[in-house]
Design a protein. Sequence first.
Length: 279
Amino acid sequence: MRIWFAVLFFCLSKMQVFSQEIDASRFIATLQFDDRYWDFLVPKSEQSFPISFSFNLTQDGNADGVIDVEDACENMVEYAIGDSIYGIGRTGLTLRGANDQRPAVYFHFVKDSEYDVYQYWLYYSDNDYVNDHEHDWEKYFVYVKNGTPAYVRISHHKRFDIYRWDELFKDADHIIVGVKGGSHAMNNKQQKGVQIRYNGDVSKRLGKLCAGEGKNFQWQIFSNDPNVMKAVNYIQKPDCFYNGDPVYPSIPGVSISKEYKECSPAPWLRSEWNNPPKP
């Protein structure tokens, strides 16, 4: 009898999780990017921003005969935010577009015994820093207890930094997250470059933008979780994002790196996807 009660309780708790309506937009952060960073002693402004990894599915950027996510770096138009972007791609290819380079976040919700964990994963097609590579995933997790946000984990490359909710800068009760130039590692500092607010307002401030300044592009929320409000389902493929970079061969003094090198697993295959670390 006790076993049946335990099973019933487990099933009811699961039903409660899946019947819970989840507002993913509630904890979307305001992102502030570096206005300037140095790469090989050259000053640069941030050139890529969080977008859908399927922002262009019409152009075979790397000419491998397949139109897929491995064309992302070649197709991305630099310093541009918007829903219909045309221009020169990151590797110099002309007539790229129309790209959907609106702000995008991949959302996942996990409920454990103590916290509701709101996960926000950000995809960048290019890491333009000392260790140049395609496909850069960063993330921040908001830990909510009894309806109140308590902690935030912010990714900084392969590690997390943890903060109390009340110690982070806010923009109308949404946290402000600073983004390091080129590498997209995140921190708790305010930056002076391009800003993408939680509500989609875009401003270049001291940064550089060729498209999107002063406009509003509501965040695209991609999620396959049930009962997520205003979310768009997406295909969870590929499972591997190759970290090679086609730009490397054009940089003097840097060894050639093949594009299909070093598989980085997709977020949904990573351990923290379904088992986020405790705060």
